[in-house]
Design a protein around this ligand. Structure first.
Ligand code: ADP
Ligand code: MG
Ligand code: MG
Length: 251
């Protein structure tokens, strides 16, 4: 589903290489977690996959469902089924949550050559998804993320995911900002959306989140590279001993 090969990325503004040869493959139906110390390049990787400006790919390639992801516009990536949930969900004053969701969904459908969803069908779809995720109908009418609590933003992110039905979901979580309830929400949302034809890349600093989302594969990132890959036990090892032992072992 996602194949990252020898990805090198530097900042456009500075001559600073941040990703120094990332290799990573995510298969459909599997949850991959990336852990790693602060500053190792985890968020940079998710930004580059999203197509955010300010980064220059100097080497390597990224294939998403066989297509060259790096040549696609951010909207094309979304239309192809890539979804990124970010550490700090943006607030969009003046745009109702429903309108935002419908616009996003229709953009995706348009890019796939599908007709727009009717207002009635959309309402039915969103209500259904919101109910399943125990999301209050009120939240659907409010402007996107404006004045939302941390937990509500998380819930909303999961709702976006449920409505857009992406093929690959990338979640970059600063666990520091996630309380236990918000973490459980994210985990329940992810677990509810796990399916044989959907892949997940969950980026997290601590093991806690992975108590609730049990990953199939765990990668450790350090200094711009994936330095170790294993099963869920790798996350437990990090929780117990921190990163020092692993970093020493791979040095
Ligand atoms: P992580 O998410 O693993 O904590 P980041 O991807 O946020 O790591 O950062 C990786 C490294 O790149 C850090 O050393 C960080 O300071 C640096 N970095 C990232 N973005 C910028 C930027 N826009 N300007 C300067 N340094 C940056
Ligand atoms: Mg960081
Ligand atoms: Mg980060």
């Amino acid at each position: 589903m996602l194949e990252i090969r020898n990805l090198h990325v530097k900042l456009e503004e500075e001559d600073k290489e941040i990703l120094k040869g990332v290799d990573l493959t995510v298969e459909a139906g599997r949850v991959h977690a990336i852990m790693g110390p602060n500053g190792s390049g985890k968020s940079t990787l998710s930004y580059v996959l999203a197509g955010r400006e300010g980064y220059e790919v100097t080497e390597g390639e990224v294939l998403f469902l066989g297509q060259n992801l790096l040549e696609m516009e951010p909207e094309e990536r979304a239309a192809a089924g890539l979804f990124l949930a970010f550490q700090y969900p943006v607030e969009i004053p003046g745009v109702g949550n429903m309108t935002f969701l419908r616009t996003a969904l229709n953009a995706q459908r348009k890019a796939r050559g599908e007709p727009e969803i009717s207002a009635a069908d959309f309402l039915k779809l969103v209500r259904e998804k919101a109910r399943a995720l125990k999301i209050d109908a009120d939240m659907l009418k409010r402007p996107v993320n404006v004045g939302f609590s941390g937990g509500e933003k998380k819930r909303n992110e999961i709702l976006q995911m449920a409505v857009l039905e992406p093929k690959l979901c990338i979640l970059d979580e600063t666990d520091s900002g996630l309380d236990v309830d918000a973490m459980r929400l994210v985990a329940e949302g992810v677990n509810a959306l796990r399916s044989p034809d959907r892949g997940f890349l969950v980026i997290t600093h601590y093991q806690r989140l992975l108590d609730h989302i049990v990953p199939d594969v765990v990668h450790i990132m350090a200094d711009g590279r994936i330095v170790k890959t294993g099963g869920p036990e790798l996350a437990l090892e990090v929780e117990k001993n921190g990163y020092a032992d692993i970093l020493k072992e791979v040095a």
